[in-house]
Ligand binder design. Structure first.
Ligand code: ATP
Length: 370
């Protein structure tokens, strides 16, 4: 027991075992459905891992579990992530296993995790799948947060395809001062990217430990802020997936919350779920989901045309127990703005996409600053 959270994991388990697993009639803990339970600093959460075929029926169980945790003394935030059990082959613990696959993985932020010096809040933008618009969301969120009057940094940690320099319209190499890298500046945002050190093609071939040590350096050896002028928020654009880089980041970086990016397509949603499960296992709160490319507005009528399907992101957010921060339409201006190095929130602030990004930024800031 601690002063801030009188509830222990045992208390939480006991409360969760009072909820019945509809498939077996057993309590959730006895049924083996509670994975990666974390109770710390007023937060409680776990991954509700159920057979893939039955995921659909467990929404009410997830809600009941969240309510039960929220009702425990000292718990101010409860989060239960519903996820399908991975096939047996991927759950095997193996050399170099990913944290999301490893049932023995350490739960909760490891003691060594910390924020970079003079950075007040860190948010990570993640996707399970590549190409869903994660970098577009990161750059627009960063610019929108700066537009709210905040001091913002953007760390492009996507070492396999750094695109922030291009999307923010920055070229050149950062310089050193007092053994620290000075971030570049663009649109009022401090920017650091592996793309400044190597060209995009070379970044693709980075592997495991080398990539992890590069990311560590980008986090801690950069002069993001100073005593007099700390950064309010650092937005970290993660590489897609749930691999080594993510493990390094959650081990080394204290992340206040994660923004998950997905498209409404089933395949992207499944990967987003895997990413969500990984963050839940490391007690990293998920701030919400941005459904990108949610629809295309009919040029004649304005009616939404669901090019990549519809309703997927909203349903997924419900299953994960996390809010939908924004549904961003497919707009040519979004791509053009990214290609021109001036994100759409600046290039076309009146567009529906820009407004969606700004409201997501406000929700994110509300989620981490309270
Ligand atoms: N809402 C949108 N409307 C139109 N184009 C978009 C939208 N979102 C992203 N794009 C475009 O889709 C492409 C992929 O986006 P982006 O690079 O942001 O994805 P990513 O998930 O970061 O990809 P990667 O996995 O390569 O890092 C880019 O050309 C981008 O301009």
């Amino acid at each position: 027991m601690t002063a801030s959270s009188p509830t222990t994991p045992e208390d939480a388990r006991a409360a969760l075992d009072l909820i019945e697993d509809p498939a077996t009639g057993l309590g959730l803990v006895k049924a083996g459905l509670v994975q990666g339970l974390v109770v710390r600093e007023g937060k409680a959460g776990f991954v509700l891992e159920v057979p893939a075929a039955r995921v659909g029926g467990y929404g009410p169980v997830r809600e009941a579990a969240e309510k039960a945790l929220a009702a425990l003394p000292g718990i101010t935030r409860a989060q239960v992530v519903l996820t399908a059990q991975a096939p047996a082959e991927t759950t095997r613990v193996r050399k170099g296993a990913r944290v999301a696959d490893d049932p023995q993985a350490q739960v909760g932020p490891p003691p060594a995790s910390e924020k970079p010096a003079h950075v007040r809040h860190v948010i990570a933008v993640a996707s399970g799948k590549g190409g869903v618009g994660k970098s577009t969301v990161s750059t627009n969120l960063a610019c929108a947060l700066a537009g709210l009057g905040l001091k913002v940094g953007l760390l492009d940690a996507d070492i396999y395809g750094p695109s922030a320099p291009r999307m923010m319209g920055v070229e050149g190499e950062p310089t050193f001062e007092d053994k620290k890298l000075l971030p570049m500046q663009a649109h009022g945002v401090k920017l650091m990217s592996i793309g400044f050190m190597v060209d995009e093609g070379r970044a693709m071939i980075w592997r495991g430990p080398m990539a992890s040590s590069a990311v560590r350096q980008l986090i801690h050896d950069v002069a993001w802020g100073s005593e007099a002028e700390p950064l309010d928020v650092l937005v970290v654009d993660l590489p897609p997936g749930t691999g080594d880089i993510h493990l390094t980041l959650v081990q080394k970086l204290r992340i206040d919350g994660v923004v998950l990016v997905t498209t409404p397509q089933e395949i992207a949603l499944i990967d987003a779920r895997r990413a969500a499960a990984m963050f839940a296992k490391t007690a990293t709160p998920i701030l919400g989901l941005v459904e990108n490319m949610a629809f295309f507005a009919d040029p004649a009528t304005g009616a939404p045309i669901p090019i990549f399907g519809s309703g997927g992101g909203v349903a997924e957010a419900q299953a994960l127990g996390t809010p939908v921060l924004a549904q961003v339409p497919i707009e040519m201006g979004v791509r053009e703005a990214g290609d021109a190095g001036r994100p759409v929130v600046l290039a076309a602030p009146e567009s529906a996409a820009a407004k969606a990004f700004v409201s997501a930024a406000k929700a994110v800031w509300g989620g981490i600053s309270n």
